[in-house]
Design a protein around this ligand. Sequence first.
Ligand SMILES: [Zn+2]
Length: 268
Amino acid sequence: MGVAGGYNIIISILFAFAAGTCAGSFINAAAMRTVAEKKWWGSERSVCDKCGHVLGSLDLVPIASYVLLGGKCRYCKTPIKPRHFVAEMVSGILSAALFWRWGFSAAFGMSLIVLWFSLFNSLTDFDNGYIYDIWALAPGVIGLLVRVSGGWPAIISGLLGAALGFGFIALIIIVSRGGMGWGDAMLMAGIGAAVGWKYCAFGLYVGFLVGGIVVVPLMLAKKLKRKDAVPLGPFLAIGSVTVLFIGDALVRRFGGLMGGVYPGWPWG
Ligand SMILES: [Zn+2]
């Protein structure tokens, strides 16, 4: 690759990072407004969580405003909740990393759909333990529309992914009598329809693995009781987003067990 090509890649990755931080800022605000049962847009302006001062455009630049203001509100000096900064950084870094992974492609577009909706649903699940059906299923509806351009095998893989994601969590709900919520089942139905059944299977596996690594020690240390409600959506989201990076390696490793010809992601 020539020097010009190298620069183009770097500029593209930086652009993906910047766009990702803006998306993260919007997703975070939209999640907070959804939980507060407020409208996303219209006359409603962004205000300081504490003093209610209407925020100007200089207060709303992702990452930069938080850093330049020292993490404090310009008007009342109250520390800004770190979740704003964290959501922007997570979205920015992962959007850039997904561009690095997939380049300009249908796979990159599908990855962003999964990443951004996963972030939104994780934030509402953190806030009030609730995953909203419409926002859980939205990536699946968009994903299936994208899959139309991949032909019948791509559409069928998406439908099987929705059935697998929903069915697997539903089985756990029925067997464990409430260990997980129906919001988690909707979440995996939406993600499964977008990513297809193979990535969905691996996403469930990685999600439960990460969830177990975090939750079991907390239970053993008696910080958590068995009946405590732990938001599990974020772990499923982490699993699904992880597979956007390592899914093809996993399919190559275990593909023989899954049968059929693998057309490559996102269609497979
Ligand atoms: Zn303030």
